[in-house]
Ligand binder design. Structure first.
Ligand code: AMP
Length: 428
């Protein structure tokens, strides 16, 4: 069987690498891919953009693709799965109506409230004066969110009232996030420990993936600007079996049931970004309609089962008897970024020290990379995700950082404390 992976980041490298390991898979095509997917055996890049739905449909039918997995959110929100279904092409991901769970934060907050699923208190605004009055009434800390897709960067957690007011003005008057920010959600600041919980679902049955946690802030100690993610690890010790059961009972299953009630069947990866509050209540911060990046990288590094048959079982509406096996070791991924990210940064730097051989204990997943004149060069803000495996999160961290330190380019930036909460728990 041939598989098509749509996207070109670290998540897509990890999904393609995982699919290519299966004896049942003859070739994995990645559109558009990156230098990492280009260099893998059994994987081929095709220069089609992830949002060019017409060209992707042509590619899938011309190449006789048996399964397409959509990596990023934009094509999902734009309805790529609806188009593939209309042409009878097997595609793992939610239809546009279901992808609204990520496409509009206002829709999602209303949905959560309507179906009694725990989340922070909020209001939605389009008028700057009303939004400012609400911020002043509620006080800081408070969270300001652009309604639409903003590449993971449209959220300001404001610890002071001035910062909150500036965020409101930036989004509503200055158009800081373009159309995505013409409507904003202002939300209660939730305290607790964050966890990502990602499942595969056919709309009724649910297969939870190994738990994970990411670090969104750019700098050590989880401070600095919000990014797409600076590192992640799996498992996340905060998700104990009891908490997992609460997440399933109070968030995942009610969400799928609520969608069905609204006439929507959700097929695909469903990612719940959660705040686990002091009493163990999982409150929804956000939903994503696809795998997380960088969570995918450590999760795929731990997945022992083949991924493609699980996707196909879900497409057949037959996920109820499927289980997945996991490497008992922990995996931890460190994002190596271009200096300056998420602001301005340079591209085109030659990367030195990439490992030449595969290892059982580590894997370098590429994100913003390209090949130029035989060299691997940087082509984006998040450049690599270096994953290490170990018997503990601390052990996985040691392996990952040893490899990180052997890779370099001019102006590389990474955090040295990925996994610090989990390592702290292991040591206590
Ligand atoms: P989001 O894009 O909605 O996941 O938000 C990005 C990050 O902002 C989250 O991972 C949290 O760290 C933080 N965040 C978002 N909403 C809240 C909230 N209501 N309370 C506290 N932190 C939040």
């Amino acid at each position: 069987m041939k598989i098509l992976i749509i996207g070109g980041g670290g998540r897509e490298h990890a999904l393609a690498w995982k699919c290519a390991q299966s004896g049942d898979v003859s070739e994995v095509i990645v559109a558009p891919g990156n230098a990492g997917t280009e260099l893998e055996s059994k994987i081929r890049n095709v220069d089609v953009a992830a949002d060019d739905i017409d060209a992707l449909l042509n590619l899938a039918s011309k190449e006789n693709i048996g399964l397409t997995i959509v990596g990023p959110e934009q094509p999902l929100v734009a309805g790529i799965v609806d188009r593939f279904i209309a042409q009878d092409l097997p595609c793992f991901g939610p239809v546009a109506a279901a992808a609204q769970l990520e496409g509009s934060k206002a829709y999602t907050k209303d949905f959560l409230l309507r179906h009694g699923i725990p989340t922070g208190a909020y209001e939605t605004f389009t008028e700057v004066d009303l939004a400012l009055a609400y911020v002043r009434k509620k006080g800081a800390p408070i969270v300001i969110k652009a309604d639409g897709l903003a590449a993971g960067k449209g959220v300001i957690v404001a610890f002071g009232i001035d910062e909150a007011e500036n965020a409101v003005r930036d989004m509503l008057s200055e158009g800081a996030f373009g159309d995505a920010g013409h409507r904003i959600v202002i939300e209660e600041f939730l305290e607790g420990e964050e966890a990502s919980f990602i499942v595969m679902t056919d709309g009724i049955s649910v297969l939870p993936l190994a738990s994970s946690q990411d670090h969104k802030a750019r700098d050590e100690g989880d401070v600095g600007p919000n990014t797409g993610g600076m590192g992640a690890y799996s498992p996340a010790p905060v998700v104990t079996p009891e908490i997992e059961q609460r997440i399933m009972d109070e968030v995942i299953n009610p969400t799928l049931a609520g969608l069905r009630k609204d006439g929507i069947n959700y097929l695909g990866f469903l990612y719940a970004g959660l705040m686990i509050t002091a009493d163990g209540t999982p409150k929804v911060i956000e939903f994503n309609c696809r795998m997380g990046d960088p969570e995918t990288q450590p999760i795929m590094a731990r997945m022992r089962s083949d991924l493609a048959p699980i996707c196909l079982a879900a497409i057949a509406g037959d996920l109820s008897n499927v289980t997945a096996e996991w490497d008992s070791r922990a995996a931890l991924g460190v994002v190596m970024a271009a200096g300056g990210y998420p602001g301005n940064y340079a591209k085109g730097k030659t990367i030195h020290g990439l490992p030449q051989q595969e290892s059982r204990d580590s894997k370098v997943f590429h994100a913003g990379t390209a090949i130029s004149g035989g060299d691997v060069i940087t082509s984006g803000g998040r450049v690599l995700c270096v994953v290490g495996l170990g018997d503990t999160v601390a052990g996985a961290s040691d392996t990952a950082y040893e490899l990180v330190k052997s890779i370099e380019w001019d102006d590389v930036y990474y955090r040295n404390d990925i996994g610090h909460r989990a390592v702290g728990r292991e040591q206590s």
